[in-house]
Design a protein around this ligand. Structure first.
Ligand code: PHE
Length: 457
């Protein structure tokens, strides 16, 4: 009870669903999913991603929520207590540490990209893109990327917006905000989908997403799909563990998590179906355009749509808000730990971690201008690409694999069963088998094949 009072609890199971969906649905769904799908050839990549969500993501997400709810503290302290309770090594606390680090690294670039979205809110509202062609939007985007001061300004605004909420405590207003935000975002996405169907090249967009061309898929692409399954579900870094620790004790974990994963996947697929028809209808746009895909293709669509200024503005407002409700969960695990164990106030904890993430974010800002050149590359990629790949493709899958192994092999079965008392015996055994054998093995296999692929090439 004491532990719960420190950070508060969600008012109901639905508030947890909303908050977890707020964390899961973000730039990952609307910005990242379309562009990595474009870079990795489409259909086959999407199929692998969906399989990763179902077979690896959902079971591990249930495990992470379960750990959070039984520990009821920040991920670091939760892992320490659960390890002690299970009579095993305290080294498991590394899951918590790595998560806090991954959260700050992700937040650093997340805030820069969300800053682009904020910039677009005003650009669209101003009518900048009315009747714009692919080429004009592209040059607008390039000008923004070349201007580091402008990017730093939006990055700072977004970071401050995030800290403002986390300082107040995440269990308070977030649930209510997300309750309105998510349905409106979804309706707008459906409208964009309608536009793509009537004005864009819907057939080409649809085929690109769902025609499985396996020859276009590489092992690297499989790793990106796996990493994205973790990224999009906010998995493997303690965000879901922290949110799970604020979950009411009587809520059924399985049903709840399946709902969140379903909503998250639906948003990503609809975003893809809305964006690619526009891309294929425009000579100047191409699916493999990279991180700028969303920021170039959507303004073209809104620019030629009647009411595009209003809808476009609203859409980028919603992307910014979706990013915001995700960013909050990136910093919460570290904040909760500083408050619990180091006597920090929520304010000072946020200022410290926010400053670290903001400073790291400057590296992402510079990746698009001063540091774009090869002499600044880390392992062959820009600072931004490096941080993105390090977290999504390595830290999150490894964190998730360790969570699965801990929940499946080290925690006492009776304890786990008590937390998951709503699951039928068959469902429980199925989940446990997935978490013990299937999910960690698949993650390890992807890493194994990647190494093998690198060795033979
Ligand atoms: N899931 C978020 C998205 O898809 C990103 C995120 C990752 C948030 C990890 C929290 C933790 O945008």
């Amino acid at each position: 009870m004491e532990k719960r009072k420190m950070h508060g609890t969600w008012s109901s199971r639905w508030t947890f669903i909303l908050a977890a969906t707020g964390s899961a649905v973000g730039l990952g769904n609307i910005w990242k999913f379309p562009y990595i799908t474009g870079e990795n050839g489409g259909g086959a990549f999407v199929l692998v991603y969906l399989l990763c969500i179902a077979v690896i993501g959902i079971p591990i997400m249930m495990a992470e929520t379960m750990l959070g709810r039984s520990g009821r503290q920040s991920p670091i302290n939760t892992m320490r207590d659960l390890a002690v309770e299970a009579g095993t090594s305290r080294a498991w606390v590394a899951i918590g540490w790595m998560g806090v680090l991954a959260g700050l690294l992700i937040l650093s670039f997340y805030s820069v990209i969300a800053g682009w979205a904020l910039n677009y809110v005003f650009a669209i509202a101003d009518g900048t893109f009315v009747n714009a062609t692919g080429a004009t939007v592209e040059s607008y985007f390039e000008t923004l990327q070349a201007n580091k001061y402008e990017m730093i300004q939006w990055h700072s605004i977004f970071m401050l917006m995030t800290l403002a909420v986390v300082i107040g405590g995440v269990t308070k207003g977030l649930g209510n905000a997300v309750r309105i935000l998510m349905p409106v975002l979804f309706v707008l996405l459906l409208m964009l989908l309608g536009y793509g169907m009537s004005e864009g090249n819907f057939t080409a967009g649809f085929n690109f997403l769902f025609n499985f061309k396996f020859d276009l898929l590489t092992w690297d692409g499989v790793l990106v799909a796996l990493g994205h399954a973790f990224f999009t579900l906010s998995l493997g870094m303690g965000a879901i563990m922290a949110y799970g620790s604020y979950m009411p004790g009587d809520a059924p974990i399985g049903k709840t998590i399946i709902t969140v994963a379903f909503l998250d996947t639906a948003v990503a697929l609809v975003a893809g179906l809305a964006i690619f028809p526009v891309v294929f209808a425009n000579e100047a746009l191409e699916p493999g355009a990279g991180p700028g895909l969303l920021f170039v293709s959507l303004p073209v669509a809104f620019g030629s749509m009647s009411g595009g200024v209003v809808f476009g503005t609203l859409f980028f407002v919603l992307i910014s808000l979706a990013a915001w409700s995700s960013a909050i969960s990136l910093i919460e695990p570290g904040v909760a730990w500083l408050v619990e164990s180091k006597n920090f106030s929520r304010l000072s904890a946020n200022l410290l971690l926010g400053t670290i993430a903001w400073t790291l974010g400057l590296g992402t800002v510079l990746s698009f201008n001063d540091w774009a050149g090869e002499e600044y590359h880390i392992l062959g990629v820009t600072f931004f690409d490096f941080v993105d790949k390090l977290t999504a493709n390595f830290m999150l899958p490894i964190g998730g694999m360790l969570i699965a192994i801990f929940a499946g092999w080290f925690m006492k079965k009776s304890h786990v069963r008590r937390e998951m008392s709503h699951e039928s015996p068959e469902m429980f055994e199925l989940w446990r088998a997935l978490v013990r054998y299937i999910s960690p093995t698949l993650v390890a296999l992807v890493f194994g094949f990647l190494v093998w692929d690198m060795l033979i090439n």
